[in-house]
Design a protein around this ligand. Structure first.
Ligand code: SME
Length: 160
């Protein structure tokens, strides 16, 4: 049994340090990508307050396809360049969106979502998927969240 939990009152850097350690521990010895994404989606849901969706989209034959997540059922396929996830996958750049209603082409999978952070996962320079976090709060994500999730994406590069 795994029993990881965020330390009450932890600062964001400490929270992400503990989240990365937990993600490392649950994925280190497991070669199955789906199992690893499922456990990390669950960790994201447990560690990050005020999120209504935490999970993965995978790059499959040139489009994003829904992967393991915690949250409400979501859009299954997202073309490159469409929405926040598609923008991250196409550009290879993190998308930190303070107000999704102001993002052209945002895809509203859950009408409650107001801000979003999408970080590409790369292997050998190619985008192989994205980590997607949604929040019902405006401007929920900041540079510390971006840095923490980018570190997570690097950790998962050859584990998902
Ligand atoms: N809002 C995303 C779609 C995925 S859901 O948030 C889970 C987007 O615009 O790409």
């Amino acid at each position: 049994m795994f029993d990881f939990a965020p330390a009450p009152g932890a600062s964001k850097p400490d929270l992400y340090r503990d989240l990365l350690a937990a993600a490392d521990a649950v994925t280190a010895d497991e070669p199955d990508a789906v199992a690893n994404m499922a456990n990390v989606a669950a960790l994201l849901g447990e560690f990050l307050p005020d999120c209504n969706w935490t999970g993965f989209y995978r790059m499959v034959e040139g489009e994003l396809v829904l992967g393991p997540f915690v949250g409400r059922p979501a859009c299954i396929r997202i073309p490159l360049g469409v929405g926040v996830c598609g923008a991250a996958a196409k550009s290879g750049e993190t998308q930190l969106v303070e107000d999704v209603h102001a993002f052209p082409g945002h895809i509203a999978c859950d009408a409650a979502s107001r801000s979003e952070l999408v970080v590409p996962i790369k292997r050998d320079g190619e985008v192989i998927g994205v980590i997607d976090l949604d929040s019902p709060d405006l401007a929920r994500f900041d540079a510390e969240d971006r840095d923490g999730i980018e570190a997570l994406a690097r950790l998962l590069s050859d584990r998902v």
